[in-house]
Design a protein around this ligand. Structure first.
Ligand SMILES: [Zn+2]
Length: 467
């Protein structure tokens, strides 16, 4: 604990944790009209932000901890909008290094079919560690594999995520269309529609919290057009509507998927989505690469949320998402690392950088700037998730804050614009990550967990899966 001038420092924790980040070098507020402030203080009260203050208007509060912000760039925590935590167990497998999506999936399905409660716990902790260390404070995870009807895998994932302290939006995924029914996955990783819907309803009732500051929300997320029946898409949306939760799925990721939809449904992927009643502002869609101008207009009218995964799209050779066109149409676009068998990193800040660079490959150097990708990962993502409490640092927002020490090698010489420097430079780790007022990363290290132990446990789980 550091003692700051003019503050009573409380040493006995009474249940209300007042934390002050003092004398912040640069603070980027996020939100609809982001500001960049210098030499300000950010006061947190437990899980909530109290406000941003100058020296002369700082309230006389009892502060438990003070963090010196004089060399920090402080931002709202990034929101990772799509992941498959369990894929970290199958990172960089030799047999799938050079495969496109369909071959890549067919290679992995039998391996993923062996996932256990231990492997999902280990993978969740590894994913959360990597995300927290790279500035992510909220993560969406799309868990769609329940081999041998192991619905309890989701309970184990939640337990592991809670132990790491990361804020979660957990997508109860599903696959119901196996190879014998014309789908891509084998029988061993699909489930019966009634069991899927019953378990989806159960996890919403058990875990979903709609309150501001919620640490866990549930989303209904059938996997993709080639692994889910039309009936399950329709019934999933109905369930989500009844329970007041969002829907999520993969769409328009590859040319192969487009051909699949034309062959099996007689229409393009977005037409199919509209037919099953999904095209609205309570749906968010990941990838969305093979979409034409007319379809972008329909998405804009519907207000559907979009998620971009640049590293995964490049790694699998899927194509380049028309992010700039989506933004010009007024659509919110979030950023995600995607699963770690197709990235293969869960490094959030690197994904922001990749987003900026990839759009410039397609659209030129003025297409997209550093602040746009920061806004996509904060403000846009919070809008997609219908979470006004996330993605900004104004009073009464959730206390999800990250800090980057500006005295580091990749930023040397680049501080004429500190906010942009963290995107143009290659930052591997942030120095400070606070989620709901709890310091989870300090000085670039996990506070509550031993990384060496996490990695050893994870590697053992990965070896068990490949046996
Ligand atoms: Zn995915």
């Amino acid at each position: 604990m550091q003692h700051g001038t003019g503050f009573k420092v409380q040493t006995y924790f009474t249940g209300v944790r007042m934390l002050l980040i003092k004398d912040i070098h640069t603070l980027y507020t996020g939100g609809a009209e982001p500001e960049e402030l210098h030499n300000v203080h950010l006061l947190l009260n437990g899980p909530t932000i109290v406000g941003i203050y100058r020296d002369d208007d700082l309230p006389d509060e009892t502060v438990e901890s003070i963090i010196d912000g004089s060399r920090l760039l402080v931002l709202p925590g990034f929101i990772n909008m799509h992941h498959h935590f369990t894929q970290i167990l199958t990172r960089n497998l030799v047999g799938a290094q050079n495969a496109g999506l369909f071959d890549w999936l067919v290679y992995h399905y039998p391996i993923w079919a062996k996932i256990t409660s231990e492997s999902i716990e280990a993978a969740t902790m590894t994913a959360a560690a990597e995300l927290l260390l790279s500035g992510c404070t909220t993560s969406v995870d799309h868990c769609y594999l329940f081999p041998r009807d192991q619905n309890e895998l989701l309970d184990h994932e939640i337990k592991a995520a809670q132990s790491m302290g990361i804020r979660m939006v957990l997508c109860r995924g599903s696959m119901s269309l196996s190879q014998k029914d014309g789908g891509l996955p084998p029988d061993q990783v699909t489930q019966d529609i009634d069991r899927i819907l019953a378990h989806s309803a159960q996890v919403i009732d058990q875990y979903h919290s709609a309150e501001p500051g919620s640490m866990l929300q549930i989303v209904i997320a059938p996997c993709s057009p080639f692994s889910v029946s039309r009936e399950l898409m329709i019934e999933s949306k109905r369930l989500a509507r009844d329970r007041g939760v969002l829907c999520h799925t993969h769409l328009a990721e590859t040319r192969d998927e487009e051909e699949y939809c034309l062959e099996h449904y007689g229409c393009r992927p977005l037409d199919y989505l509209e037919q099953v009643g999904w095209l609205d502002e309570r749906t968010f869609l990941v990838h969305m690469i093979w979409i034409n101008e007319q379809e972008i207009g329909r998405l804009a009218t519907a207000g559907t949320g979009l998620v971009h995964c640049p590293s995964s799209n490049m790694r699998l050779g899927s194509g380049i998402c028309p992010v700039v066109s989506y933004l010009q149409a007024g659509l919110p676009v979030g950023i995600a690392v995607d699963g770690s068998a197709s990235n293969d990193a869960s490094n959030m800040i690197n994904e922001l950088r990749q987003t900026m660079l990839l759009q410039r490959v397609k659209n030129g150097p003025t297409a997209i700037g550093a602040r746009t990708v920061i806004d996509m990962s904060t403000t846009h993502s919070a809008r997609i998730l219908h979470r006004p409490d996330l993605g900004h640092l104004h009073a009464s927002a959730a206390a999800d804050v990250i800090g980057i020490n500006l005295d580091r090698l990749p930023l040397a010489g680049g501080l004429s614009d500190p906010v942009a420097a963290i995107i143009f430079g290659l930052i591997e780790r942030v120095d400070l990550t606070i989620v709901a007022g709890r310091i989870l990363v300090n000085q670039g290290q996990l506070v509550q967990h031993d990384l060496t132990e996490l990695i050893a446990r994870h590697n053992q789980a990965a070896r068990d899966l490949l046996q």
